[in-house]
Design a protein around this ligand. Sequence first.
Ligand SMILES: [Zn+2]
Length: 351
Amino acid sequence: MARLESRRPRRFRYSAAAVSETSPEAARRSSPTRVYLHPASTGHQVPRGFPECPERIESAEAGLRRLGWQLVERPDDSPDTQQRALVEAVHTPEYLARFEHAVARGARFLDGSDNPISAGTSAAAWGAVTTALEAARATLAGETRHAFSLTRPPGHHCERDRAMGFCFLNQVAVVAEHLLRTTDAERIAIVDFDVHHGNGTQHLFEERADVFYLSLHQWPFYPGTGAREERGVGAGEGCTLNLPLPAGTGDEGFLEAFEDAALPALRDYGPDLLLVSAGFDAWRGDPLGGMNLSAQAYCRLGTLLAELADERCGDRLVSVLEGGYDLAALADLVDAYLAGAAGVRYSRVSQ
Ligand SMILES: [Zn+2]
């Protein structure tokens, strides 16, 4: 890859007025992790048996609440003009209009049967975007050290102009675009550990050097992109890194790829801020994925990402939920990841 000079972490100015009244350090110590929810997430209805279902959020929320995580529910408000402009920077106005129109006329699908829609789909997708933006805002304002946006539908498969793979709006891409526009961050890294390659996110940024996209995923597998040779295009050459892994890969193979290839590349790039597309479908019990990760692997991933964020990115880590379809396990897997990131010794489950 094109070697980019590493730089020292810098302090960030956030343009929004809302900053906690206590010092950011004191606030972060008292609130190291927040999990953000949006009430519209469960309003995106899908056909019976469809894996990307409202129960994902319901079960994860109940489990995380029981485990003692601080949950913050976003108000059910509409996106403002600035948020709409950000989404229009990521998706074409024609696509956004087509999405709204399909929901309004009661269509059952958008761009294929992988993407069922209902009356609540648009609100859920926009809610996922505004919640991810709020998670980033709170983290940069020093209100929390780590933030996790626990919303649906996911976002990393949808392209600039079409829905795909259960995804309608690419929230992690919107957050990256927002941070580049409103902070003095010049380089953002997006780490995607969902079992599926995030084709949408890669395509949105592959011609740019200000966003580094890194994906570990099962290969060959849906959606068919994410070959090792896909390394970015033009000015973005070297700013995409794909680490395809065979079906059946377990903790050892996955973490070895992460520590030996992903972390050195991320350190070489030297991001100012780190965003995570956190999918939990490489979990060994996932009904869609074919990989073999344990909860301990997610704990270790959390630890490694938080260490990198501490070292390079002002100790700020913003993660958004992508996949993860084992309803009985999702809360425990998110818990393992957050515990690892928070530096909590993870011994809650032996799985
Ligand atoms: Zn996935």
